[in-house]
Ligand binder design. Structure first.
Ligand code: FNR
Ligand code: 8K6
Length: 347
């Protein structure tokens, strides 16, 4: 019933995955206080190396991208060194690993980077407080100037180059879940009146500039992107967002990315303005390799691949509960159910 998951998948001439199960990016908030991954983190990923591809927890490209405690970075020599220990450990166990490149935009908090501006597409605050740090209220961001945008694009590309230096097999740019890139892609947050706002072309411009700058540094074969056309986290949906993604996705397809990854917690969620599920919408508009995700089991994910709904399956929470997820599925061994209480420990 899960056989379709256990055949190799050729992403491109550079990368072939040994199976179709990806470990989804999972923020764990366990880097040290310099945002360096620890030996425990290396061991945690190494235990999961049987995945066809691991996508790392979201990793910030620069200090003002931080919105949660102890999320790792990829902008200092010590962070690059720390990640090299992780990638070596994964490779030694026969695995492959991409870094997920992250800037939280308006979901950042100056508490984490010593004060200063929070940047976003527009000066629209996200409501509420930093999770588990309830005293930290989100502040109204500064709308990024054209100069800020130029620098951000440079910093994404530099983080991608740092990731390759650190031994990663590639990067997944985090364009999903209401963080910085996504803030440009949805009308809820993007109220700009310049060449980055109002029209689908303009609202897609920042995402495409980041993608193109990363490709220029590390090659399209090693570059992937995660997107959330259906807003569901840190963001409200708007029917007009559909036109933005209808423009963006064919543009992305021209770039021959390694893959495109949907960002959603439960892919049975339907979005009126997308005509249904995220995966179905992405499949209808995007012609390249597509990763499905969101409350799938190996069985339902394998069936979806057999039905050509997507090409690869990403698994999140069950991988937190089961370091040996892939072996268990292959051997038909029962899985340990995930519980939120497991987030306090790296097993
Ligand atoms: C996530 N998710 C997530 N997504 C992302 O793009 N970057 C990240 O760093 C994280 N971090 C994260 C932490 C935790 C604790 C959870 C539960 C989720 C979302 C994740 O990649 C995935 O899309 C969802 O968990 C849905 O897949 P599952 O868990 O239903 O297989
Ligand atoms: C301090 C912890 C930081 C974790 C950041 C990553 C976010 C994952 C948290 C899981 C909760 C998700 C809620 C998503 C809403 C889904 C609605 C369908």
């Amino acid at each position: 019933m899960t056989a379709s998951l256990f055949t190799p998948y050729k992403l491109n001439d550079t990368l072939t995955l040994s199976n179709k199960i990806l470990m989804a990016p999972l923020t764990r908030c366990m880097a040290d206080d310099d945002l360096v991954p620890t030996q425990q983190i290396a061991d945690y990923y190494a235990r999961r190396a049987e995945a066809g591809l691991i996508i790392s927890e979201a990793t910030i490209i620069r200090p003002d991208g931080q919105g949660y405690p102890n999320t790792p970075g990829l902008f200092t020599p010590a962070q690059i060194e720390g990640w090299r220990v992780v990638t070596d450990a994964v490779h030694k166990n026969g695995g492959k690993i991409f870094a997920q490149l992250w800037h939280t935009g308006r979901v950042a908090h100056p508490h984490f980077f010593g004060g200063g501006d929070v940047l976003s597409a527009s000066a629209q605050a996200v409501e509420g407080t930093v999770p588990r740090m309830r005293e930290l209220v989100y502040q109204t961001p500064k709308a990024a100037t054209l100069e800020d945008i130029k620098q951000l694009v440079i910093d994404y590309a530099q983080a991608a180059a740092n990731a390759i230096d650190a031994g990663f097999d590639g990067v997944e740019i985090h364009g999903a879940n209401g963080y910085l890139i996504d803030q440009f892609l949805h009308h809820d947050n993007n109220r700009r009146e310049d060449e980055y706002g109002q029209t689908p072309e303009n609202m897609s411009r920042f995402a495409l500039e980041v993608v193109d700058a990363v490709i220029a540094r590390i090659g399209a074969d090693r570059t992937a992107l995660r997107v959330s056309p259906g807003a569901y986290f840190n963001m409200a949906g708007d029917a007009r967002d559909r036109d933005v993604f209808d423009y963006l996705l064919p543009e992305l397809a021209k770039r021959n990315l390694a893959f495109l990854h949907g960002g959603i917690f439960d892919d049975s969620m339907e979005f009126d303005y997308l005509g249904g599920r995220i995966s179905a919408y992405l499949r209808s508009v995007y012609s390249g390799t597509l990763v499905g995700v969101g409350s799938y089991t190996a069985e339902t994910g394998s069936a979806a691949i057999s039905d050509n709904k997507f090409d690869l399956l990403a698994i999140g929470r069950p991988f937190i509960a089961n370091p040996d997820y892939v072996a268990k599925v292959r051997d038909g061994v029962e899985l340990v159910p995930y519980a939120d209480t497991m987030l306090t420990e790296l097993i």
